[in-house]
Design a protein around this ligand. Structure first.
Ligand code: NAD
Length: 359
């Protein structure tokens, strides 16, 4: 397995070091080898090469099976022009890799319910929603123009663009609780009506998945009113951008949430949803769980290793159950640990699980 490791800036370096540690623990346990290759992106790349996305980084990523990315950006580079700022490197690498499906799980462990803004009776025994967002089409990439005192952006989608992300979403729903909700605005938008047609047709090949539809305004409300009704949500770029941030708040801390961006084949870019957090960088205060869970997603989606991915997720749950907390999720009577120690605890826990062999 070839993995490109891009720590990036700020806490990106600290949390990715922990994710690599956990990947090494799981690969030792199951006896497979991972070939890690480090690459520069964002501010770290600007400092060394003058550009946020060096060609060498693109090459390393394209020659890898999975890419593990920390975060980019920081005050040091904030005054640079837009096209050479760290964030341009991030958008650039997503585009270079053609990753069109963005997967954002919103997981709330039952032990962390106090970190959520929602009432306990709404959360039940925790949350586990997967948002699948189309990432490289729609209003953000459609034709845009400004003439005089008028401006417009276009939401344009073609059938193949909808098909490829829809198939991914159905495949994911099939591996989970088997429910898929298409979120759109088909009562008003023509592009949404096309989405419904395509999704409906593809549903014929996934009869084991229960498909439903919901308008985006209702979905925004239902996520707060009764989030447990959702399993997988499929939606277009802009709706997904907004809903996935809303869903992340249900779970309390940015430091807990991973993401995956997938393209054709098994290529995937895996990153925590948080940024480089300059306010806590270099202080061993960052929560590495989002990065570690991103590594688990890489094992699941790029390497089809469900067993190893589950082990990492179970190890995280176990460490939380045992009362260990990073500062962002700290509660009374729990044990606060730094970034490094949290990584060590999870890596040790991964190594502890038994491997049960089928006879
Ligand atoms: P941020 O996500 O970096 O931080 C927001 C707040 O959450 C901060 O108070 C931070 O301390 C806290 N936080 C974030 N991750 C945490 C973690 N793992 N553990 C504990 N606390 C955590 O967002 P921001 O402050 O708006 O942006 C800072 C920089 O990051 C900017 O330069 C921004 O452009 C960049 N950014 C990068 C990405 C990315 O690389 N994907 C995403 C968002 C922001």
């Amino acid at each position: 397995m070839r993995v490109a490791v891009i720590p990036g800036d700020g806490i990106g370096k600290e949390v990715i070091a922990q994710a690599v540690k956990v990947l090494k623990a799981v690969s030792n346990k199951y006896n497979f080898s991972i070939n890690f290759k480090e690459a520069l992106l964002g501010g770290a790349a600007i400092d060394v090469t003058g550009v946020p996305l060096p060609n060498e980084t693109i090459e390393i990523c394209k020659n890898s099976d999975g890419i593990l990315l920390g975060a980019v950006g920081g005050p040091k580079w904030d005054k640079l022009p837009g096209n050479i700022r760290p964030e341009a490197g991030l958008l650039g690498i997503r585009k270079e890799l053609g990753v069109f499906a963005n997967l954002r799980p919103a997981i709330l462990f039952s032990e962390l319910k106090v970190a959520s803004n929602l009432k306990e009776e709404v959360l039940g025994d925790g949350l586990n929603i997967m948002i699948v967002r189309e990432l490289i089409g729609g209003a953000y990439f459609g034709e845009k123009k400004r003439i005089g005192d008028k401006a417009w952006d276009t939401i344009a989608y073609s059938v193949p663009e909808i098909e490829r992300v829809t198939v991914k979403a159905f495949e994911i729903a099939r591996k989970r609780a088997g429910k898929l909700t298409l979120v759109d605005k088909a009562n008003v938008l023509e592009s949404s009506r096309l989405w419904r047609e395509v999704v409906n047709r593809i549903a014929e090949d996934f009869k084991d998945v229960q498909l439903s539809y919901m308008y985006v305004d209702n979905a925004a409300m239902q996520l707060i009113r009764d989030p447990k009704q959702f399993d997988v949500i499929l939606t277009e770029n802009m709706f997904g951008d907004i809903l996935s941030d809303e869903a992340s708040m249900l779970t309390g801390s940015l430091g807990m949430l991973p993401s995956a961006s997938l393209g054709e084949g098994n290529v995937g870019l895996y990153e925590p949803i948080h940024g480089s957090a300059p306010d806590i960088a270099g202080q061993d205060k960052a929560n590495p769980i989002a990065a570690i869970m991103s590594a688990a997603m890489m094992l699941r989606y790029s390497f089809n290793n469900e067993e190893a991915a589950n082990d990492i997720e179970k190890a995280v749950a176990r460490v939380i159950e045992r009362g260990y907390r990073s500062l962002d999720i700290m509660e009374a009577k729990m044990k606060v640990v730094g970034t490094e120690e949290m990584g060590n605890l999870i890596a040790n826990e991964v190594s502890k699980f038994q491997i049960f062999k089928k006879i």
